[in-house]
Design a protein around this ligand. Structure first.
Ligand code: DX5
Ligand code: ZN
Length: 219
């Protein structure tokens, strides 16, 4: 299966958002990764509905929304209306995760679950066949530009085993501190999708960086 690259818009230049979105449209990137933070679940506020609406007007690729908010059930329909193709909620923010996953799918989106660095992948085993995407956080969620947590490789391998054992079709996404040094090792551990924010947007040639990550991931 082709391995995918999802640039995180959090690291884009918000004063030149259309320019940066078009740049990603023209690049080898597969998805747009959109980080929504509420200042409660995580200690930061990113952006909300009007910005996603504007992004969706220009984005020509899959929209992968990562909700870092408490009680995400309140906004499932809203994000579907705003154009999300994949809606990822945090394991730690859901009391009734199975119900939340069904509600996301009922709105026609693919259902994702993100797990914080301290959350063991085994906690997902009983719902693994209901999850389209697991987002393993390789930093503590809330900010771009943090350094990669090495334990992520082990978690990725353990999750891959659970997916294979259960004959699930779940994809594994890695989010936080991804760069050209850890990309290959993550893919070898079982990752399918690599999110990259700072490494793409803070570089001199973001399109070239996306191309490089795509090549590494599929080599
Ligand atoms: C962190 C976000 C990430 C972040 C990744 O809370 O979920 O998607 O934007 O950014 P980098 O690649 O800079 O770690
Ligand atoms: Zn994210």
């Amino acid at each position: 299966m082709e391995k995918l690259i999802a640039p995180s818009i959090l690291a884009a230049d918000f004063a030149n958002l259309q320019r940066d979105i078009e740049m990603i449209n023209e690049s080898d990137a597969d998805w747009f990764h959109i980080d929504i933070m509420d200042g409660v679940f995580v200690p930061n506020i990113s952006f909300g509905m009007p910005v996603l609406e504007a992004i969706n007007r220009h984005a020509g690729k899959v929209i992968d929304v990562h909700l870092m908010i408490v009680d995400p059930d309140r906004y499932i329909k809203t994000f579907s209306d705003l154009g999300a193709d994949i809606l990822t909620v945090h394991f730690e923010a859901c009391t009734h995760l199975h119900r939340t996953l069904q509600a996301i799918k009922a709105e026609g989106m693919r259902a994702g679950v993100a797990i914080n660095p301290h959350t063991n992948v085994s906690l997902l085993e009983d719902v693994i066949n209901d999850i389209d995407l697991v987002c393993i956080m390789s930093v503590n969620p809330g900010f771009g530009g943090q350094s990669f947590i090495e334990n992520t490789y082990k978690k990725t391998q353990q999750l891959k085993e659970i997916i294979v054992d259960n004959q699930a079709k779940t994809q594994i996404e890695i989010d936080g501190g991804v760069n050209s040094d850890n990309a290959k090792k993550l893919i070898d551990a079982g990752a399918d999708v690599l999110v990259a924010g700072s490494f793409v947007f803070k570089s001199k040639d973001p399109k070239e960086i996306v191309k490089k990550l795509k090549e590494i991931a599929n080599s």
